[in-house]
Design a protein around this ligand. Structure first.
Ligand code: AMP
Length: 189
């Protein structure tokens, strides 16, 4: 059994429909889904704002690469073309972190594979990841440079302008199954 935190975003076409497609695909694997937030795109390419959310899910059959393949299949189903590096995206699904169940407690999965970096190397710098995540798991921690850090503290370290650029929306992602209980704290390894 693995548990993942996923960051999902879309800034092209039916944005809320794209995010909803992830929630729908998770079905009973879904533990929690955040509200949707709007974030201005940055970088060299002019484009519309992103709709972002964070979901937490677990699955008895998937390992971290299974989750990556699952995420990429959803991106492809949304018509995503891997073209321009910083360009607009119908759907982006990133693995933020991953825990594997073990008899003595959950163990964090680390990966430096060329296809998958875990924890996600930029998640601690992204207000559009930390703000939705904090909304559904206030005591969450993220390993940064080998050290577990409360995400509330990581968020506080970002520039106020970065935090302010992430705006809560009235868009609601509908649950097809009841939200389950997210474990309170990620246990120490
Ligand atoms: P992006 O364009 O940001 O969606 O990046 C996609 C590429 O990043 C894919 O080739 C993935 O194999 C790779 N990748 C590495 N680490 C991760 C991660 N933690 N989550 C999602 N994709 C990842």
């Amino acid at each position: 059994m693995t548990r993942v935190v996923l960051s999902i975003g879309s800034n092209l076409g039916d944005r809320v429909g794209r995010l909803q497609s992830v929630v729908d695909a998770l079905g009973e694997s879904l533990l929690a889904v955040s509200p949707a937030y709007e974030t201005d795109a940055w970088g060299p390419v002019a484009q519309g704002p992103f709709l972002n959310a964070v979901v937490i899910a677990d699955d008895p059959a998937l390992d971290e690469f299974g989750w990556l393949r699952w995420a990429q299949q959803l991106e492809e189903a949304a018509g995503r073309v891997r073209g321009q590096r910083w360009g607009p995206r119908t759907l982006d699904v990133d693995l933020v972190n991953c825990y594997q169940s073990a008899p003595d407690g959950d163990v964090e999965v680390f990966s430096r594979d060329y296809r998958l970096t875990l924890p996600h190397p930029l998640a601690h710098l992204r207000a559009f990841v930390l703000i939705p995540w904090l909304a559904i798991q206030p005591d969450a921690e993220l390993t940064v440079d080998g050290r577990k850090r409360p995400i509330a503290g990581l968020l506080a370290e970002l520039e106020p302008a970065d935090r302010g650029s992430v705006r809560l929306t009235a868009q609601v992602l509908n649950l097809t199954t009841p939200q389950r209980v997210v474990p309170n704290a990620m246990p120490e390894i």
